[in-house]
Design a protein around this ligand. Structure first.
Ligand SMILES: Cc1ncc(COP(=O)(O)O)c(C=O)c1O
Length: 461
């Protein structure tokens, strides 16, 4: 529904009969339900179209394994077609919430069906057949040992388990930057007050930190914040505001030399960039399943280096206290009652999806799309792009501003006109404010060009 300026009157996120019909045409509802284990009659509940009418759903098995050159549009459009995006939506906000591709969505729905149709599945949702395999895939994905992983519910949950469970004494200093995530800073301030810790924040809001020629200025600033009393340090791997990839390895190396425990906020990189925990050198790393990894909501992981696992105590522990049977390492943090079987299953399916395409090919593709966006935006008079040109310091999260336009105005103008482009506003300490596009595999080069064209239109005076 649109008025004569082409602006949607009804929020298309809420009402879109066209998309519902399109899913129905493809037989999506029916095919998911038919795949669910032995649920007699379930498919009739959703009135699927008959099999003869249904178009087959895109299947990850149809995508050649191993990825393709970053500019092979035919290949990557096939990958983009693996997502159940509503027609006419260009989704560029995986940094807040990724969307699951069809294979992951189906695996999750089938797992829900399985649990609800076979109560035997329910008695132990903490451990089930296949859980070890998912943990092994997760460890391989982030370059860690299998027993260094605890599955969590989100990045924040993992940050909480790692930080709140760490043994610290009154007077100990805990350090972060003012560009780190608000919820993490709140958590630190809360515990500092509760336990008599000293909470310090390094100010990296000066624009000269944003697009430096080298990350040395950030390293120097963080190191300057360290004192002999510093016991804990957390920084983002990729700043959610401007996409700056922090010099994590260098900072963690310095921290480890000084006996400081490091916990990295990895809300963005898993699924965006190839990762290896031992190369990164952090003590702990919290990531989500539901952003770039493309698993279900309410999923995540916490990596805890085996050597420091004894220093982190679980906040809730429902395992055995018998020393012979007690759960040790990162997994003790995960042993906190029942969890969601279907969410865990979605992690395995998401890792299969990534592994088919390969993280290397995905990262190269995302860098290609990002470069295209950065160059296109930079060519527009009045647009300021905050991403660094140095690939070591940027990846697929691109923030920018358009003249003196209010960021929420830009977001609204992009969303409420067709095609509906979904990006978000970002703001940070020191008055930083702009809009942010986070590119992922559901996005195509053509869609990046559409965003550039629309921004060029907004920038016209
Ligand atoms: C840097 C950073 N940390 C933490 C979070 C919170 O992540 P989650 O929703 O997985 O808890 C976000 C969310 O976008 C983020 O960008």
């Amino acid at each position: 529904m649109s008025d004569d300026t082409g602006t949607n009157r009804i929020d298309p996120r809420i009402q879109d009969s066209e998309k519902i019909q399109s899913l129905s045409r493809r037989g999506f509802m029916g095919s998911v339900m038919a795949g669910a284990a032995g649920v007699a009659g379930a498919s009739t509940l959703l009135s699927p179209v008959s099999e003869a009418e249904a178009e087959p759903l895109p299947d990850i098995a149809d995508i050649p394994p191993g990825g393709a050159a970053p500019d092979d549009e035919a290949y990557w459009e096939g990958v983009a077609d693996q997502f159940l995006l509503r027609n006419n939506v260009i989704y560029m906000n995986s940094g807040t919430r990724g969307i699951s591709p069809i294979s992951v969505h189906k695996a999750q729905v089938e797992a829900v069906e399985a649990v609800n149709s076979d109560p035997n599945m329910c008695w132990s949702t903490y451990f089930f057949a296949g859980m070890d395999e998912i943990r092994e895939k997760m460890a391989a994905f982030i370059g860690s040992e299998v027993d260094e992983i605890a599955f969590t519910n989100s990045t924040t949950d993992g940050m909480g388990l790692g930080f709140m469970g760490l043994r610290l004494d009154p007077g100990d200093e805990i350090l972060t930057t003012n560009y780190d995530y608000g919820w993490v800073k709140n958590m630190m301030a809360y515990r500092a007050k509760r336990d008599g810790l000293v909470f310090k924040m390094v100010d990296i809001s000066d624009p000269s930190f944003r697009t430096p020629d080298s990350p040395q200025k950030v390293i120097d600033a963080v190191v300057a914040g360290i004192t002999p009393k510093t016991r804990f340090l957390t920084i983002c791997h990729v700043n959610y505001t401007d996409g700056f990839v922090m010099p994590v390895r260098e900072i963690c190396e310095i921290a480890r030399d000084r006996g400081i425990i490091t916990l990295i906020d990895g809300a963005q990189p898993p699924g965006m960039m190839k990762m290896n925990m031992s190369e990164l050198g952090c003590d702990m790393y919290a990531g989500p399943g539901h952003k770039y990894m493309l698993a279900a909501q309410h999923t995540g992981f916490l990596y805890v280096r085996n050597d420091i696992a004894d220093r982190v105590q679980p906040l809730v522990y429902t395992g055995s206290s018998d020393p012979d049977r007690a759960i040790t390492g990162a997994r003790k943090l995960e042993q906190r009652g029942s969890t969601s079987y279907s969410d865990r299953v979605s992690i395995g399916a998401a890792l299969d999806f990534h592994n088919r395409i390969t993280v290397e090919a995905t990262e190269a593709r995302l860098r290609y799309l990002s470069r295209r966006l950065i160059q296109g935006l930079r060519a527009i008079d009045g647009v300021k792009v905050y991403a660094s040109d140095d690939p070591r310091m940027s990846c697929a999260l691109i923030s920018f501003s358009v003249r003196d336009l209010d960021p929420s105005h830009i977001v609204g103008r992009l969303w409420y006109r067709s095609p509906n482009i979904y990006i978000r506003t970002v703001g940070a300490a020191g008055g930083f404010s702009g809009v942010r596009a986070t590119l992922h595999l559901m996005d195509t080069a053509g869609q990046v060009d559409t965003l550039i064209d629309r921004i060029a239109g907004l920038a016209e005076v």
